[in-house]
Ligand binder design. Structure first.
Ligand code: GLN
Length: 512
């Protein structure tokens, strides 16, 4: 099989070929590495390529097959991990200078489960520092570019993961989602991003941003690949006490169940906002029509507190981040700038190690937790979070899923929003609710925007949300949508366009 054919295979098909012996894991790895060699100079999706480790893992899979050993569900599948996933012995820094040089002495649950299923880890994917951002511009390193048009951001914070999967420099990837960081970049890069219910996947070995909101999940090229990865990742973990002790259903089987009889809720009020791009609105209405054709019915839902979601999220996530990031003191992990006193060492290390957005959030979080502002901010946000969760619980009494756009715009250019944190925070208006309420949610490709004089054609995603632990329903509807459309088969230009033009090119099309 030619390298280009191999890259086009689904993760499931790769594993099947490797198990059956019609492809070697080393040959698969070479195909994806060649694609990464070609795309990385433009895209910068990887912070670290683990060539030697990947080669050793692929050879071990081929050796195991030759010896007649049974192979796992992801045998020989090249998978990249967002840089906040701990991999024993592999440089891990959550996209931050403060963790520069940290080599984890232990294995994270995600890497352990993927390797146990036969996956080949290709490296660490770039991200907004400590997962704070929506564009991958909050980074001291080279920002990731969107494979559809490198003058555009790939979304964030799992932008490296989404860009790598879209470009074919790995077959699937892991991201993390605190307020939308799996779904929004998946939407902007035209791939599938699944945020599992809170507690469905362990957080052991995932560097914390906001512990009550963070979830790990797959980014993949189709819904069934995302289901196959979830199958391997999900389930209780003695190393994470917040992990839900519930049986793991057969997610791949759920994908074949269809959407017939499912009631899909739509929060019409949220769609009326002026910030919603007409191309996104159009793709969303089309996706609803596809679900209806597949046998789903639409119902209107009310989410009375939805307008407070962003404010609530930014109080809670900054509070949790401020306390989670207190551990980076220059003594225990990574980089240290030594000074005469302990206090000066802390200050110098944290001053140099964190960039502006991380500092902004530590300051905000420290402020909302202060004794004299706690009740007005943190305490209040906890109460509103409860109301938002109750809104969803009530809405789900009348429907099985809630559908919405993912990002209000198809994408934005590098530099367009980076100096305006508040506009950037609005990127997640549709995704944050699922984190506040602990729901399962997925972003699936819904087509490309029409190229206009100021903007190329860019991918658009649609989001489905389900009650906690209802991933089977989510996957059934997502796969039904995918089976009835070809959006997930669209691929970005190969080779990628050059990123040198600084301004978006009037009339440039990304679909051809
Ligand atoms: N964009 C959101 C933020 O900046 C969400 C990030 C995330 O989900 N990790 O916080």
């Amino acid at each position: 099989m030619t390298p280009n054919r191999i890259i086009e295979l689904s993760a499931r098909a790769i594993a099947r070929h490797v198990r059956e012996g019609s492809l070697r894991a080393t040959e698969v790895l070479e195909a994806f590495e060649a694609r990464a060699d070609a795309t990385e100079p433009v895209l910068h999706a990887y912070l670290l390529r683990a060539r030697d480790e990947a080669r050793t893992a692929a050879e071990a899979i081929d050796g195991a097959r030759a010896a007649g050993h049974p192979l796992g569900a992801l045998a020989g599948v090249p998978i990249g991990l967002k840089d906040l996933f701990v991999i024993e012995g592999m440089h891990t820094r959550a996209g931050s200078r403060i963790l520069e040089g940290w080599i984890p002495p232990y294995q994270g649950t995600h890497a352990a489960r993927l390797l146990g299923a036969g996956a080949v880890i290709t490296g660490k994917l770039a991200m907004d520092e400590f997962a704070m951002g929506s564009s991958n511009e909050n980074t001291p390193y080279e920002p990731v570019r969107n494979p559809w048009d490198p003058r555009y951001v790939p979304g964030g914070s799992s932008g490296g993961s989404a860009a790598a999967v879209a470009a074919g420099s790995c077959a699937a990837a892991l991201g993390s989602d605190t307020g939308g960081s799996i779904r929004q970049p998946a939407s902007l890069c035209g791939v599938v991003g699944l945020k599992p219910s809170y507690g469905r996947v362990s957080r052991h070995g995932m560097i914390a941003f906001a512990s009550s909101l963070d979830q790990a999940g797959p980014i993949a090229r189709d819904v069934r690949d995302a289901a196959a990865l979830l199958q391997v990742l999900a389930g209780p973990d003695p190393l994470d006490a917040t992990c839900v002790d519930a049986p793991v259903p057969d997610y791949l089987a759920s994908c074949d169940r269809g959407a017939a009889g499912l009631r899909v809720g739509v929060h019409r009020e949220a769609l009326a906002s002026e910030g919603l791009d007409p191309e996104v609105a159009k793709a969303f209405e089309h996706a609803l029509a596809v679900l209806q054709d597949a046998g789903a019915t639409l119902v209107d839902v009310e989410l009375p507190h939805a307008e407070h979601a962003i404010a609530t999220y930014y109080v809670l996530c900054t509070a949790e981040a401020a306390s989670n990031l207190a551990r980076y003191d220059g003594l225990r992990y990574g980089a240290r700038i030594a000074r005469a006193s302990l206090r000066e060492t802390y200050e110098a290390t944290r001053e140099a190690g964190f960039s502006a957005e991380v500092k902004r959030r530590i300051l905000l979080g420290t402020f909302v937790l202060r004794k004299d502002s706690y009740a007005a901010y943190y305490g209040q946000a906890q109460k509103v979070r409860r109301l938002i969760a109750r809104d969803y619980a009530r809405a789900f009494e009348g429907c099985d899923l809630i559908a919405s756009p993912v990002s209000p715009v198809p994408g934005f250019a590098v530099g367009e929003r980076s100096h305006d944190p508040l506009t950037m925070y609005l990127s997640d208006v549709f995704t944050i609710g699922a984190n506040l309420a602990g729901l399962a949610a997925i972003s699936i490709p819904a087509g490309l925007s029409a190229a206009t004089s100021g903007r190329p054609a860019l991918p658009i995603g649609v989001q489905l949300m389900a009650p906690a632990l209802q991933e089977p329903t989510l996957l059934a509807a997502a796969a039904a949508h995918e089976d009835a459309t070809d959006h997930h088969r669209l691929r970005p230009p190969d080779p990628p366009r050059s990123a040198t033009a600084s301004e978006p090119d009037p009339g440039a099309g990304g679909a051809s």
